[in-house]
Design a binder for this molecule. Sequence first.
Ligand SMILES: NC(=O)c1ccc[n+]([C@@H]2O[C@H](COP(=O)([O-])OP(=O)(O)OC[C@H]3O[C@@H](n4cnc5c(N)ncnc54)[C@H](O)[C@@H]3O)[C@@H](O)[C@H]2O)c1
Length: 353
Amino acid sequence: MTHPSSSPIYRAGIIGCGRIADTIEAEAATGPSWALLPYSHAGAYQRCARTILVAAADPNEERRTLLGRRRGVERLYADYREMLDRERIDIVSICVPTRAHAAVAIDVAGRGVRGIYLEKPIAQSLREADAMIAAFDRHGTAVAVNHMRTWDPLYGRVRELIATGAVGALRTIMAHVREGVLFGGTHLYDLLRFLVGAEPEWVFGELHGAPGLHEPGARGIIGFPAGVRAYVDGAADDPTPLELDITGTEGRIRIGNGTYPEWFRLDRGGGRPVLTRRGFPGMHDGRSGMLRAVEDLVAAIEGGQAPASSATDARADLEIAVAFALSHRSGGRVTIPVSDLDLTIEDPWGRDP
Ligand SMILES: NC(=O)c1ccc[n+]([C@@H]2O[C@H](COP(=O)([O-])OP(=O)(O)OC[C@H]3O[C@@H](n4cnc5c(N)ncnc54)[C@H](O)[C@@H]3O)[C@@H](O)[C@H]2O)c1
């Protein structure tokens, strides 16, 4: 990308020097997936033409030193507050465990940074999420939440195909995801809302999994307007990584972490209509979802519009997870919006210092 030489460069700092901040990139680079790089916060800032990674903070010395060495960052702090006091930071990545998101994000917003790139899920309860959004609004902080598929050019192309009638009238999305109702779940819920282009009306389902090992997963149905239904198998032990089978009245799209995208269209030319494979349209210029997220955050800082996965989107994603938990408890269908703001789903992922 080219930018006018007058475009400002934003100074970025990272809070929490663990996996998503940095080392996940090695997994993405060597693992079996279609992941485009950069795939970490550090990598995205280092690749983006409009940002420079200047500092990082983590009370864990070993992890912050490792990030510093791997990324060539010398300004390393045990306390993020000291980092923000001493460095001129425009954009802050919050990569601490989810249980600490609310406290850190509300504090950081109050310290006057211009943008926050926050890890998902936004929080463990809607009450926490609301307090965070109120703080972001109060301080005018632009916030992107890292549901990276929402920026991924591949899923952008799928959304375009659906919106332009490539599968006819959208009917059903069969979805797999694993790794918990929050951890993997909000990735899926954000993507479903993005692809359907509407907010869900209700959720009916159950929690399922192995408490103590991981947070429970979720299985059930998400009801969208116009009769569109998402059937979710997100059990914590579902062996299938994120995968979608999208069907409409005239066709079908299959896509997922390890699935080459396929598009089929109903051919009504002969006697019996048959699904016929179509060439999946060209989809990207090599810029990953996380790189695009940082670019979108810069655009949000400069233009005032919300990024593709905003804090409000992330709250809506969390609300679907909460609705699964409430449906599990009541055995019935849960209407969105839910009224229980205090239901807390504990996310055990991520290490304390
Ligand atoms: N978007 C994704 O695909 C994705 C993938 C992995 C993790 N995540 C999310 O990222 C977050 C972190 O997960 P992770 O796997 O990188 O965890 P991790 O354990 O690898 O890293 C978390 C780091 O935060 C540090 N930390 C904790 N409290 C802190 C504080 N108050 N100040 C500074 N540092 C602090 C810990 O010492 C640790 O080094 C979680 O919210 C998780 O859900 C998202």
